[in-house]
Ligand binder design. Structure first.
Ligand SMILES: N[C@@H](CCC(=O)N[C@@H](CS)C(=O)NCC(=O)O)C(=O)O
Length: 311
């Protein structure tokens, strides 16, 4: 784990002490759009997506690539599940970098900006033409995938429809703060109080989701939207890693009847199960955070059947 400072790699863990033991996530820095009139145009074969199967943020992008039929137009590279002293690394095929044969993901960031300062995160949407990063913020990448390539693919499915945008933005706000990022706030807290605050907020938000799903099938109502996919990537990791490794253990997702049905429904959506790679997920979390799990032992359980029929 580390970061780049003026183009130099430093092996450094998150500094929680300056925030009273709290984990504070930094903002992504490459935030360009893809549009017919802009610098980055929607073209087949021009862009490349770098992900980790372990990462819930990168997972959103992978799901949208599949939902929007972009596999033929945007290739993907997957990094090695362990993120240690050199950050995300490439390894032997198929976990290699087919474009530049880099050893480390930070080399890609340096190619985009030799003086880059900041964290080196996945996902990365890369432009092969300009050899730079278009965008490294998953919330943006899924919206780009949702719309920008529609003319190319003929797929007009809309996961951020204008009529529901206000509702979706409102849900995203608390789901992001208290659940998507909330599990990290629990797991990376270095003081008891910081952990307990995050834990309380997390389970209040999960209870809220459970109550919403008692009344309607999806977070924004009757229609499946990006708000659901953003929540899904956290829920699908919850019982296998966050519950144990991040100490989010008041209850599991399987213990919430509505959420357990909902997460299975999303998992069983065509093409989604193939984007869930549980051994990368478990290896990454239990193996990469030595401050939390010094032995790096990966638990053998639990056994979760996301394919269980939806009754
Ligand atoms: N806001 C970013 C967050 C991405 C992110 O933090 N990814 C994690 C992996 S789950 C990462 O690459 N972390 C490396 C680091 O923080 O140094 C997004 O949603 O795209």
């Amino acid at each position: 784990m580390g970061l780049l400072v003026d183009g130099q790699w430093h092996d450094k863990w998150y500094d929680t002490e300056k925030h009273g033991g709290r984990f504070v996530r930094s903002e992504s820095q490459f935030r360009n759009d893809i549009s017919p009139t802009g610098r980055f145009k929607p073209e087949s074969g021009r862009y490349h997506l770098y992900v980790s199967y372990a990462c819930p943020w990168a997972h959103r992008a992978l799901i949208f690539r599949r939902l929007k039929g972009l596999e033929q137009h945007i290739d993907v590279s997957v990094v090695h599940p362990l993120m240690l002293e050199n950050g995300w690394e490439f390894a032997d095929t198929p976990l290699h970098d087919p474009l530049y044969n880099n050893d480390y993901l930070y080399q890609l960031y340096l190619k985009a900006d030799p003086n880059y300062s900041g964290r080196v995160t996945v996902p990365v949407l890369w432009d092969k033409q300009e050899q730079t990063i278009v965008n490294n913020e998953s919330a943006d990448i899924i919206r780009i995938f949702n719309l920008a390539f529609n003319e190319l693919t003929g797929n007009h499915d809309d996961y951020y429809p204008p009529s529901l945008r206000e509702e979706i933005d409102e849900v995203n706000e608390w789901v992001y703060n208290d659940i998507n990022n909330g599990v990290y706030k629990c797991g990376f807290a270095t003081r008891q109080q910081a952990y307990e605050e995050a834990f309380t907020d997390l389970f209040a938000a999960l209870d809220r989701v459970e109550a919403i799903l008692a009344k309607q099938p999806y977070l924004a109502g009757a229609q499946l939207t990006e708000a659901d996919w953003r929540l899904f990537t956290t829920l699908v990791r919850f019982d296998a890693v966050y519950f144990g490794h991040f100490k989010t253990n008041r209850q599991r997702i399987v213990d919430y009847p509505n959420m357990w049905r909902y997460v299975r429904g999303l998992y069983q959506h065509p093409g989604v199960a193939e984007t869930v790679v549980m051994d990368h997920i478990k290896q990454h979390y239990y193996g990469s955070h030595k401050t939390i799990n010094p032995t790096q032992i990966v638990p053998a359980g639990p056994d979760i059947d996301f394919n269980q029929p939806l009754e």
